[in-house]
Design a protein around this ligand. Sequence first.
Ligand SMILES: CC(C)(COP(=O)(O)OP(=O)(O)OC[C@H]1O[C@@H](n2cnc3c(N)ncnc32)[C@H](O)[C@@H]1OP(=O)(O)O)[C@@H](O)C(=O)NCCC(=O)NCCS
Length: 227
Amino acid sequence: MSSNLVFRVMQNEDVEEVIRLFSECFAHREPIGKYFGISVDTIEPRFTRPVTLECAKELLSFVCEDTSLPKGERIVGFRLCSSFKDEFELLKAKFDSISVDENHEAIKYLMNKLKHEWLCNDHPDLANDPSKMKKILSLFALGVKSTHANLGIATKLLTVSLNHAKSLGYELAFVIATAEISQHIFSKKLGFKQTFVLPYKDAEFEGRKFLAGIEKPPHLIVFEKFL
Ligand SMILES: CC(C)(COP(=O)(O)OP(=O)(O)OC[C@H]1O[C@@H](n2cnc3c(N)ncnc32)[C@H](O)[C@@H]1OP(=O)(O)O)[C@@H](O)C(=O)NCCC(=O)NCCS
């Protein structure tokens, strides 16, 4: 790997650059964003900005900087993480009281439902104990600039962020992988255990199979790994 690549904890001053890269990666290359044809301008205020700002509150996320590039364009990869929160009941109450037909709300609902079901079905002992739940790391978004693809940057970002979290006392990592490459990385390269597979054609929100047109990969996968 090039010596120009530096891996370090994401700081507040990285946030705007990360939001830009996160928006580009998820609008143009991540399967769900690509399927809906979401624009960078739409995805930013609704998804990538709030998620990045939330993750920046905890020093758990990592970036990869290419120091050979000009300042302000150096971040070529990011791995956003946060401590695990189960907010499904709150979200469900909101969605039960209003009818929501926007796709980004449907995605949020689905992701939170999968997270909640993983916790309650696979780890009921943690679900009932807030002090144990604090030891779960949630892996949110992972992205690498296409100019730097297949150099091992995402794999290294994951390795350093998992080691860092472990050194802080985290014991278990949780992630929902939506893309073929990330599914390959989690299962084949980093030894994550697959706990649940949801075919995109079966994902439903308010009676709508809203991801039915996604063919590649055929499903999203819930993974976990003990650190
Ligand atoms: C997913 C992503 C972060 C990977 O970044 P990256 O730095 O190129 O990944 P790495 O170089 O660490 O690893 C790539 C691995 O995937 C493999 N790969 C490449 N294309 C692939 C494909 N279409 N299907 C399966 N595996 C693939 C590579 O061969 C390599 O594995 P290997 O080392 O066993 O050969 C990047 O593609 C990206 O930003 N995608 C858009 C956003 C996204 O989908 N994020 C994940 C959402 S869960």
